[in-house]
Design a protein around this ligand. Structure first.
Ligand SMILES: [Zn+2]
Length: 474
């Protein structure tokens, strides 16, 4: 009655770490029991004694097959779902969240269809999409948002900045954001925000260009701390005035952003903070290193005090998720831009995220394994409306499981990863590495051997739970 039994698993269950046998039938976990108590003649029995078994990682923020802005005018499209999901599974991440680019001149249904065309049958892992609105949102599109949320596209992303002078047309004005917040709230969705103050950011581009200080390493002066302070507080105040609204603050990078999220949350508002692993482990000083661009994504990496606050807040429950903002490309493309106004955002990291964060959190900073699982999987599943199908080792959940092997750790090396020809994590130590990655009951990676199937990856419809919408869910 089982297809696979994981025996003697040190498993991170919703109730905490427990030595267990895990029984899997078809795509689901069908039994969790005391060690030695599950049997089946026909099952493959795998003894995982001494290994840590966690729910498959979920990366809530990646970008596949995106046309990249390159100053030379060269056309380049970022890594495909096939490329990125292969790397993700190798590293123990089983669900990826990308974005539907909802352009004002198209219906949402058309934009979702365009995104499906890139993903369906072309992704090894499971996946979901946020909807990203652009520019001035036409009334017709506003009408479609509620319906799309009802169909499982439960999160809507909005920008409060155009990001760079050459990317005009991306941001929404606060009036439109206010309107969208109301629609998303009424439909039971969650709003995901890229919050930077556009006036400050564009002012700093103009100022630094005028002062001839355009070198890339000045990026943190442009996408600066004050900008995060102003934008986070403004968007949060706006949302706090919308009945039923809930916010997911993407890539929180500065002390000011942390403080804004914590202040609102302390007052009972349903707000959740995401940060990126780059912000946790690099600072703006790293921009000065050779090929410093490879650490960059938007908003910029900040300073040591900001990084310290990100860690403090993660530990105390003020921030809830760790993402990569993956935009996969070769080193040559990533380092082509050398100025503040022609650098590329995003970087590679979807493969090492899980084990790198395990090492930095559990091994180095005293986080519990349960908290590590929350920040890289369970919280994300809850906030984004996939729990307990995803993000849980529980009876009835998808059998997305990762067996982390403490004997398989070592130094990260781009040549042995499966993303691209560089990694921002070159030479970093990881204390564990997946021995087995399982997606919906299928072993997709085992001892480094890749066994996944492109047509097995599936879109995950999402519905945000009431506890998340009321602020008590994580
Ligand atoms: Zn992003």
């Amino acid at each position: 009655m089982f297809d696979i039994i994981l025996q003697n698993a040190n498993a991170v269950l919703p109730s905490g770490l427990a030595l267990s046998d895990i029984g899997i039938k078809g795509e689901r976990i069908t039994a969790i029991a005391a060690p030695g108590s599950l049997f089946s003649d026909r099952a493959r029995v795998i003894d995982v004694a001494g290994k840590l078994v966690v729910p498959g990682g979920i990366d809530p923020h990646i970008h596949c097959s995106r046309p990249m802005k390159i100053s030379s005018g060269e056309k380049f499209t970022s890594g495909s779902p096939e490329q990125v999901s292969r790397a993700a599974l190798h590293g123990g991440t089983t669900t990826l969240m990308d974005f539907v680019q909802c352009h004002p001149e198209e219906t949402l249904e058309h934009s979702i269809g365009e995104t499906d065309r890139l993903w369906e049958g072309q992704c090894y892992s499971d996946y979901a999409y946020h909807m990203t609105l652009h520019g001035s949102v036409p009334p017709k599109q506003l009408d479609e948002i509620g319906e799309a949320i009802g169909r499982g596209y439960a999160s809507v992303k909005m920008f409060t900045t155009d990001l760079t002078p050459s990317r005009r047309g991306r941001m929404l004005n606060y009036g439109d954001i206010w309107e969208v917040l109301k629609i998303v709230a009424a439909a039971g969705g969650i709003s995901a925000i890229h919050a930077e103050d556009n006036d400050i950011v564009m002012h700093m581009y103009e100022k630094l260009i005028r002062e001839d200080r355009v070198a890339f390493e000045n990026m943190a002066e442009v996408h600066n701390t004050l900008s995060e302070d102003l934008a986070f507080n403004r968007i949060i105040r706006l949302a706090e005035n919308v009945e039923g609204a809930a916010l997911y603050m993407m890539h929180t990078s500065a002390s000011a952003g942390v403080a804004a999220v914590e202040r609102s949350r302390a007052q009972g508002f349903p707000i959740y903070g995401e940060t990126l692993h780059q912000y946790l482990l690099y600072t703006a000083e790293d921009y000065k290193r050779p090929n410093g661009q490879l650490y960059h994504t938007y908003p910029s990496i900040k300073y040591q005090a900001d990084q310290d606050d990100l860690w403090r807040s993660l530990k105390s429950g003020g921030l809830h998720a760790i993402a990569t903002d993956e935009v996969c490309c070769p080193l040559r493309i990533k380092t082509l831009g050398k100025r503040i106004d022609d650098a590329t955002g995003g970087n590679s990291g979807v493969e090492p995220r899980l084990c790198l964060m395990y090492t930095e959190m559990v091994e180095k900073r005293g986080f519990s394994v349960e908290h590590f699982v929350d920040l890289t999987s369970s919280n994300i599943a809850k906030i984004m409306g996939m729990y307990p199908q995803k993000g849980a080792i529980a009876v009835g959940s998808d059998a997305d499981l990762v067996v982390l092997d403490p004997d398989a750790g070592g130094e990260l090396d781009a040549a042995r990863l499966h993303e691209t020809d560089y990694t921002p994590w070159q030479g970093w130590h990881v204390a564990v590495w997946p021995k087995i990655t399982m997606l919906r009951g299928r072993i997709v990676v085992e001892d480094g051997e890749f066994k996944a199937d492109l047509d097995y990856g599936r879109w995950v419809p999402r519905k945000v739970s009431q506890p998340i919408l009321s602020g008590t869910g994580v």
